[in-house]
Design a protein. Structure first.
Length: 220
């Protein structure tokens, strides 16, 4: 009887912790999505960008990745989805392309590591996933997928959706000794590499101080 009662208490405690963890992920992910909107409104006008509208530095995606580092994969995905939807309300770059491109560029940095960890049969925990060696491996694979996605979508946007608006701009584009399409592709690759580095480097430096300052935060 005593063993049964003890087992029940353990199960109840485990269930309570799981429920609390889910609530923290949902609340934390939603708060960070709202934060990303505020940061976007405050910084978008002042950030340098390419002639066709890509930002060299994106603080919004840093917030999305920070949510992932603090609260876990589910929260990171939630923050990215909700953040994208919120940006639809305020972004003026072709109405929908700005938020969509932010999402497409950021989501590989969250989903690809999750897939890699499952393939490698590693525990899906913050202690394991945020180790420097694992971060480097996950970032490297994520970057490859991100580059494939973003090069494809940028080419589609510039040469299909907005061919008339950007055909002259792309043909006159230069980067060092490169010009035209070559310059466009190199700039697209460079921007995504720079953003991917900041997307992981800055949150990885902030995550532990933030976790230490949040009492009762359940590690994922």
């Amino acid at each position: 009887m005593a063993e049964s009662s003890s087992s029940t208490r353990v199960k109840d405690t485990t269930t309570q912790m799981k429920t609390q963890s889910i609530i923290i992920k949902i609340v934390g992910g939603s708060i960070f999505a709202a934060m990303s909107l505020v940061i976007s409104l405050l910084t978008d006008a002042s950030l340098p960008e390419t002639p066709w509208g890509l930002q060299w530095f994106d603080p919004v995606s840093i917030i999305w990745i920070l949510s992932f580092f603090i609260f876990g994969y589910e929260a990171g995905i939630l923050t990215s989805v909700v953040g994208m939807v919120l940006l639809f309300i305020t972004d003026d770059y072709a109405v929908y392309l700005g938020p969509l491109f932010k999402f497409l560029a950021t989501i590989p940095l969250i989903v690809v590591p999750l897939i890699i960890e499952k393939i490698r049969k590693h525990p899906i925990t913050s202690e394991h996933s945020l180790k420097i060696s694992n971060l480097i491996i996950n970032w490297s694979f994520s970057l490859v997928i991100r580059l494939i996605i973003m090069i494809s979508f940028n080419l589609f946007a510039v040469f299909v959706l907005f061919e008339v608006e950007f055909s002259g701009l792309i043909s006159s584009l230069t980067f060092g000794s490169l010009s035209g399409l070559s310059a466009f592709l190199i700039l697209t690759v460079l921007i995504n590499i720079i953003q991917s580095i900041s997307d992981y480097l800055i949150p990885s430096a902030l995550v532990k101080p933030i976790q230490a300052g949040i009492p009762n935060l359940i590690p994922w």
